[in-house]
Ligand binder design. Sequence first.
Ligand code: GYE
Length: 321
Amino acid sequence: MARGTVAAAMAGLLLLTACGGGGKAANGSGAITLGFAQVGAESGWRTANTKSVQDAAKAAGIELKFSDAQQKQENQITAIRSYIQQKVKVIAFSPVVESGWDTVLKEAKAANIPVILTDRAVDSPDKTLYKTFLGSDFVAEGKKAGEWLTKEYASAAGDVNIVELQGTTGSAPANDRKKGFGDVIAANPRFKVVASQTGEFTRAKGKEVMEAFLKSQPKIDVLYAHNDDMALGAIEAIQAAGKVPGKDIKIVSVDGVRDALQALADGKINHVVECNPLLGPQLMDLVKKVVAGEQVPPRIETTETEFDQAAAKAALPQRQY
Ligand code: GYE
């Protein structure tokens, strides 16, 4: 290498080091680096969310560093710390549970790396630890499920025994979907939640817990599942027990993934409340705004719908996930 080249290379290195916490990506391309700490790959919703983030980053020319925490908070904290060390420009993550983030968020703040919460919220009282939240109103989703139930049983007599499959314990969607649903059905003492347990947002666990419910509960009228995957697992358990899902046991779930809309079209699920996983494009816009120092709203909620059988049939041909 000629002397001049070495000197130029050294200068380049120095430059990279000097702006390590700043503008340039590690590859020197000038792209914004985004560290994204995903929850895991527990559900169809999550798979669609991951794809949306990856596709949108590519389309926006943002260099994405992606990690999958396998539903464990300690893995997410490790990933966030590594993003801080790598001096990414922005960190985004979907907190697996609501509590216990203050320490690592303070570390990001001390390193001057802005954090964007996507999909799930944290319960931290210090709102300066993150720039914004992008995601759904999970309480509203739970309410919609409760309102559907109220209408469905408006003219039926007697008690309605409900079993509930909760999402990941301590997660915002599990806490809020339980609350929203509970608040609505509390108005009517005929609605009784006779069993409620976590199915961890997965098909396998949804099936397993539903099997246990079917053994322990003499009469189940309705299943409320905090997500579609658990409902789909539960359908297998219901069928294995010789009952007809959608008829002997009515089912309402949340998300709106293709398999659930198909089950709804087939009459195995009765109602689906939508939760939109396609957050990638909005997230990339926010990343760019935050990097540019623009003000962003503290909370951005996605618009969502609900599906009955006819709506599911109509939506299926274009459903992306
Ligand atoms: O409903 C579930 C996923 O946080 C909204 O997580 C998300 C939830 C979604 O595993 O399927």
